[in-house]
Design a protein around this ligand. Structure first.
Ligand SMILES: [Zn+2]
Length: 200
């Protein structure tokens, strides 16, 4: 998904053949009429990526995830680290993904991350989403990856490996969602030691 776009194809960009067989003229014309009647060519122009509005679906708050959501409401990015092997994991779990220990402790990330992968969505799954938006996988400095969305930049400015930092936007009273924006300022130090790599 790196560098890809989930937006609609350009009208007229249909391949001239499918599975090695040329499409007949009637079929191609019908395809073009369907596209041109409903979709405008948009591409990845310099849209500003903005936080979602109220009403989008998001992961529910449960006893397991409540510390994470409480952290987001305070503007803090929390994750779990295994007290036995040091593995940093996300999303919240009842046992360590590396050693199955249940000795998981919540820690606060400093909020720095690197962009691993992303996509740009122009056709959302529901009207609740404001388009375009850019779902992304980021590698957080403390040693784990998480799904998020990018905000605070234009689509063409997105680059693999770019430095990011966590930002939080309230989606409903008492609940904030974690996003990531470009980071140029130094980050505060993490509350904990750097991650250690578990031996499996
Ligand atoms: Zn572990």
């Amino acid at each position: 998904m790196k560098g890809s776009s989930a937006g609609p194809a350009e009208p007229g960009s249909d391949p001239s053949s499918r599975d090695g067989q040329a499409l007949d003229g009637e079929h191609v014309s019908a395809t073009h009429r369907a596209w041109s009647g409903t979709i405008s060519p948009i591409g990845d122009r310099d849209f500003e990526l903005l936080p979602a509005k109220a009403g989008i679906p998001f992961a529910p708050r449960t006893p397991l995830t409540e510390p994470f959501w409480a952290g987001c409401a305070r503007g803090e990015l929390l994750f779990q680290r295994c007290a036995d092997c040091g593995y940093a994991g996300f999303p919240p779990a009842v046992a360590c993904r590396a050693c199955l220990s249940r000795a998981l402790r919540w820690e606060r990330s400093a909020g720095g991350a690197t962009l691993y992968s992303w996509t740009v969505v122009h056709r959302p799954v529901s009207r609740a989403f404001r388009t375009p938006y850019a779902p992304a996988i980021v590698t957080v400095d403390e040693g784990y990856q998480m799904m998020t969305c990018l905000v605070g930049l234009g689509v063409p400015a997105i680059e693999a490996g770019m430095r990011l930092r966590a930002v939080f936007h309230e989606i409903e009273p008492g609940t904030s969602l974690p996003y990531f924006s470009p980071s140029t300022a130094p980050l505060p130090p993490s509350e904990q030691e750097p991650p250690c790599v578990p031996t499996i």
